[in-house]
Design a binder for this molecule. Structure first.
Ligand code: TUI
Length: 308
């Protein structure tokens, strides 16, 4: 399927695998890139030496383009911004902030820059700063989220910028891809569906929670801290929600309790203290499969719906 995004990046399918912190490492990213999508290694707040190793490992596992996601709230964002240039990473996506101050250096080095944006205003700023495309991420996404929905945000961003727009949030099958294209997107970013990829190396408990989740099992916690976060409903999210509702947890205590909780979910499958981030579409995911099968199935369905 040819779009401005496949042309810009030299990939077969216009699909990005979301740069999920603690989750998206070289094995998953290379599997997605080898299948014709754009695999992305998450920077998260990981140490820089680990990330260098992950980037080099990804280059060994695939000769196809791949990306690195830089979470701008991370203390290592600046170092990682330099590392992607040194390692000649072809594509950078950013999240949780404005990457404006890094843009000139990335553009000069020939890195394709594709920021995640939760609003029209930020999309316009990113286009002016030289972004190659933007990822418009709706509140259906897993993890730290903005307010607007994919259905409402994507067409407004499409109307506001000339660069290609990638839709993210709530997309897990060919219907989501076809709908995104109808809204004017030229590609999609998918996170939650790849949690149930065979190559995704999260704890088996995490995968089981995603596969067993129902439509009502995705909950947003921490709105009152200013950092709302979408997770699978667990004992831990119930405790957080109760603390938020009855005031028994101050926003500071809440932040303290969730510090390190994503690592505990991903590595330990810890149901008492872990945050199992996932998107609102988790209820639709029923099977663990190789990344290649996930991508080919999604695009076969999208092609059919789009009459190709
Ligand atoms: O970044 C995400 N989702 C995430 S990051 C994450 S890990 C984490 N760990 C500790 C603290 C915080 C996060 C889990 N999930 N999605 C991309 C995204 N970016 N969503 C919203 C934004 C965003 C928000 C504000 C992008 C830009 C922005 O700019 C504000 C400004 O004007 O500076």
């Amino acid at each position: 399927m040819k779009t401005e995004i496949t042309e810009l990046l030299g990939i077969k399918y216009p699909i990005f695998q979301g740069g999920m912190a603690w989750i998206a490492e070289s094995t998953l990213a290379a599997a997605v890139s080898n299948a014709g999508g754009l695999g992305i290694i998450a920077g998260g707040s990981a140490p820089i030496d680990y990330l260098r190793e992950q980037i080099r490992r990804c280059k060994e596992l695939t000769d196809k383009p791949f990306g690195v996601n830089i979470m701008l709230m991370s203390p290592n964002a600046e170092e990682l911004a330099k590392l992607v240039i040194e390692e000649k990473v072809p594509v950078v996506t950013t999240g949780a902030g404005n990457p404006g101050k890094y843009m000139a250096a990335w553009k000069e080095a020939g890195v394709k820059v594709i920021p995640v944006i939760p609003s029209v205003a930020l999309a316009v700023r990113m286009e002016r700063a030289g972004a190659d495309a933007v990822i418009a991420e709706g509140t259906e996404s897993g993890g730290h989220i903005g307010e607007n929905t994919t259905m409402c945000l994507v067409p407004q961003v499409v109307d506001a910028v000339k660069i290609p727009v990638i839709a993210a949030g709530g997309i897990a099958d060919g219907r989501g891809i076809a709908a995104s294209f109808m809204l004017g997107a030229k590609g999609v970013q998918v996170g939650t569906r790849f949690l149930a990829a065979e190559e995704c190396r999260i704890h088996p408990t995490y995968k089981e929670l995603v596969v067993k989740a129902k439509d009502t099992d995705s909950v947003v916690t921490g709105r009152y801290t200013g950092h709302p976060c979408r997770n699978v409903r667990t004992k831990f999210t119930k405790k957080l929600a109760a603390g938020e509702k009855d005031g028994s947890l101050t926003p500071d205590e809440f932040e303290q309790l969730t510090l390190g909780s994503l690592r505990k979910a991903v590595q330990e499958g810890n149901l008492e203290e872990g945050s199992f981030l996932c998107g609102a579409i988790a209820g639709m995911i029923k099977e663990v499969k190789p990344a290649k099968e996930i991508i080919e199935e999604m695009f076969a369905q999208a092609d059919k719906l789009l009459g190709k």
